[in-house]
Each structure stands twice: as structure tokens, then as C-alpha cells.
Write a protein that binds this ligand. Structure first.
Ligand code: IMP
Length: 421
């Protein structure tokens, strides 16, 4: 396996947590490299269901080292809470987790800024402070994890930033930060996290040189990438495979393969264009059978037909070697399935993703119809077990996105996954 990057091909929520969990069997290191606790990676093992936000999904494999790389923005209080909850359910963290000294931190003022900004320009963010924390990083005023190692320095920096942000909040008649109350919790979090904070760039490079198997766990999806997604309706990090290098400190020459996860249909949470979105009963049917509610915010996800235009573009940018197609079982029982392979943009038929989000917003999907299947797929253990029309549907979407199928998932559990050769 060597170094593999796993990314979401669509707008996030493709079922990456589950695929990562399956791929981490035999993996030495699992690295998160972007995003923050806006992510919600769901892993179901037997009758237990876990939702991870910051901790890499490799934590369920006792031999895997988990790394939160420098490209991740970390809310210290949220990370402490997540570690404690997982420890309570029997997960051992000793020697298993490293957090990069270079991670930028998220504080309450970032979440409040998210709320303020969303009032003016509605993006529908998770309100976890992700965008404002990355903005501070780019503006060179962010506080990094290494500063938590020196409480005096950390406190001074934190209080200065609170002063800065409170001026902004008071000019908007918004809630102010109580620096004393926040600091008390942050100091506790810094003490708790100290043993985990280290220079992960060195660890990752050492592991790569020793030819260890490294899995890079992408969060969100390619269409939410700050450069290539439906800007400005995006998250604030590089969700593409390229982000694995900048977000971890490993050179691209060590990356051996890229796995792209996509649903057999499409979903999106938050605002922004979604050409194949289904409304009314049609959308509700897909939402109900796919249990499409956000793992982080609980928001109902917008649902629609498979969009090959955006997925093809995503596979190209990510350089997908193998596709993991999830939630095939959700399409069981449909008489007819639709796939969008072109957009009608103001009367012009285009098969490449427009770079102007305004064009995507007015795009009318051009659909091709395919016959569905009645036989349930959730018990299938191999490609040959699938109904003929399901096989044809999968082969069609793989051909349209110009990538090969590597894994199929037919249900939420670990065992409902199989490899396709
Ligand atoms: P932010 O990442 O909280 O700034 O939100 C920006 C956009 O990305 C919003 O539309 C969110 O709904 C979306 N988003 C962020 N994280 C996820 C995720 O893990 N899955 C799906 N959508 C996400």
C-alpha cells in the first residue's frame, strides 16, 4: 500500500470514515492533513457507532499511529473532549496520537466570527470557526499548537487576540469573549494535550523513508476545496490530494496512490450550487433511505442524482487511481436512475465543470436514464453478487468519471464492503 491519499470526490460525506477504517487494516500511520472538527467521519464496528471529528480513523486499529498534521486547524477543547470520549469507550491513546506543533488553533472567537460572517454572506458553514482560523493563519496572526507548550506565552497571545476580536464583536453589537473563563478551560486543554504535541513532519518523513504504510485521510470533499470547489461556497482548506503534501510535510515523490470516495448519488450540506439536487418527495425519498443527516451538525443533507460532470473534474484534479463507491444499497428499488453527464448553461451544453460558480448555479443537468434493480444489494460480498443493472450502473459512472473501481460499499457496517479487482 505504501503512501495512499484518500479523498472525497464530491461535497463531503461520501462515507470516507468507513472506507478509511477498512483500508487501515495493515496500515502503520494514518494522517489527517486539512480541515478541522467540521468533519464527521462515521465508523460502525459491530453494533458500535463512532463519529470522529479530529482524531484520525486509524484509532480503531491498535497498531496504527494517528497523526494530526500541520494542515489541520485544531480546536483544543474539542480535541480533548473527543479523546476523553473515545478513551471512555475503551480506545487507548498512549503512544498512538501525535499532533503537529505547527497546527493552527481554533478558539471561541473564530466560531463567533463564523456566525457573524455567515449573516452577511451565507455559506452555511458548520460554525466551528474553520474559515476564520485559516484566515488568521494566512494573515500571519494565528496561534499554533507549539505555543500551548509554554502556558505563559500561550496566555499572552490568547489574551491579545481576544482584545483584537472583542473590538470587532463590540462594533457589531455581538457577544464578547470572556477571556478569563475561556483561558481557564484552554490552560487545562493545553496541559492535557502537551504529551501529544510534537514535530510530526519528522515522524511522517521517518516513516516514509522506512517504507511504512501511510494513509492520508482527507476530510470534506473536492468540490469544497478552496481553490477548485464551488467558491465561495467551499471550506477553507485544500481538500484535494495535493493538500496531503502541504498539510503533512511529506514530499509528493512519496505518494504512491490516490483513492477517491464517492457516493452512488450526490449530497451536499450548506449553501451553494448543486445542479442535480432533487426537491420535494424525490429528495426526501433519497434523504430518508440514505439517512442523510450531517454527522457534525445534524443538518438534513440536500440529495440528488449522480453528477458525472463534477465527479469527472474532481477525479482529474485528484488523480484518482481507484474509486471507492459507497451507499449503492440506497439506490435499491428505483425503477429508473438518472446520471447527469453534461450541463446546459444558458443554452450551451458543457461537459466540463465551469470555473464560474454563477454558471454552475444556473446549470440545468442533462440526464441519461438507466434501469434500476429490485434485488437488495446490502448482502453482496463481491461484484459478481450484485444485480446485473447495479453492475452496469457502477461501470457506467466509473467510465464517465474516467477512473477504475476499487471498492464497493453496500451498507454502513465494516463487513458490508468488498474489493473489486
Ligand atoms: P466550514 O468548513 O464549516 O467553513 O463550512 C463551509 C462549507 O463546507 C459549508 O457548506 C459546510 O456545510 C461544508 N462542510 C464543511 N465540512 C463538511 C463536511 O465534513 N462534510 C460536508 N460538508 C462540509
Amino acid at each position: 500500500m505504501k503512501s495512499t491519499v484518500l479523498v472525497g470526490v464530491q461535497w463531503g460525506d461520501e462515507g470516507k470514515g468507513k472506507i478509511i477504517d477498512v483500508l487501515t487494516e495493515g496500515v502503520d500511520v494514518v494522517v489527517r492533513y486539512q480541515g478541522g472538527n467540521n468533519a464527521g467521519h462515521t465508523v460502525e464496528i459491530g453494533s458500535n457507532k463512532y463519529v470522529l471529528h479530529l482524531v484520525p480513523s486509524g484509532i480503531f486499529r491498535p497498531n496504527a499511529l494517528c497523526i494530526i498534521g500541520n494542515g489541520v486547524v485544531v480546536d483544543p477543547k474539542a480535541l480533548v473532549k473527543e479523546i476523553k470520549e473515545l478513551e471512555q469507550s475503551g480506545i487507548n491513546f498512549t503512544g498512538r496520537l501525535e499532533v503537529s506543533t505547527r497546527c493552527h488553533l481554533i478558539f471561541k472567537y473564530h466560531s463567533l466570527m463564523d456566525g457573524l460572517r455567515d449573516k452577511n454572506q451565507k455559506i452555511g458553514t458548520t460554525k466551528r470557526g474553520i474559515g476564520p482560523a485559516y484566515a488568521d493563519k494566512a494573515a500571519r496572526r494565528g496561534i499554533r499548537a507549539l505555543e500551548m507548550l509554554d502556558l505563559k506565552r500561550f496566555e499572552e497571545r490568547f489574551r491579545n487576540e481576544v482584545d483584537f476580536y472583542n473590538k470587532i464583536f463590540s462594533s457589531h453589537d455581538a457577544e464578547l469573549i470572556d477571556a478569563n473563563a475561556e483561558w481557564k478551560e484552554l490552560a487545562d486543554a493545553a496541559i492535557f494535550l502537551k504529551p501529544y504535541i510534537t514535530d510530526t513532519v519528522l515522524t511522517i518523513n521517518k516513516m516514509a523513508k522506512a517504507k511504512k504504510n501511510i494513509l492520508f485521510e482527507g476530510a470534506q470533499g473536492m468540490l469544497l476545496d478552496v481553490d477548485y470547489g464551488t467558491y465561495p461556497f467551499v471550506t477553507s482548506s485544500n481538500t484535494t490530494s495535493g493538500g496531503a503534501c502541504t498539510g503533512s510535510g511529506l514530499s509528493p515523490k512519496y505518494i504512491d496512490s490516490v483513492v477517491g470516495v464517492m457516493k452512488a448519488y450526490c449530497t451536499r450540506v450548506g449553501e451553494g450550487p448543486f445542479p442535480t439536487e432533487l426537491f420535494g418527495d424525490e429528495g426526501e425519498k433519497l434523504r430518508a433511505s440514505g439517512r442523510e443527516y450531517g454527522a457534525t451538525t445534524g443538518r438534513p443533507r440536500r440529495c440528488g442524482w449522480f453528477d458525472a460532470v463534477s465527479a469527472r473534474y474532481s477525479c482529474m484534479i485528484n488523480g484518482i487511481d481507484k474509486l471507492a463507491i459507497t451507499k449503492l444499497d440506497v439506490l435499491d428499488g428505483y425503477k429508473t436512475l438518472k446520471i447527469c453527464n453534461a450541463y446546459n448553461v444558458n443554452g450551451k451544453i458543457v461537459s466540463d465543470m465551469p470555473s464560474d460558480t454563477a454558471d454552475i448555479a444556473v446549470a440545468v443537468p442533462v440526464y441519461e436514464e438507466y434501469p434500476g434493480w429490485d434485488t437488495p444489494t446490502s448482502e453482496a460480498c463481491s461484484f459478481s453478487d450484485l444485480p446485473e443493472n447495479a453492475k452496469k450502473y457502477l461501470q457506467k459512472i466509473a467510465a464517465l468519471v474516467e477512473s477504475d473501481i476499487g471498492i464497493i460499499s453496500v451498507g454502513p457496517n465494516r463487513r458490508q464492503t468488498f474489493v473489486v479487482n
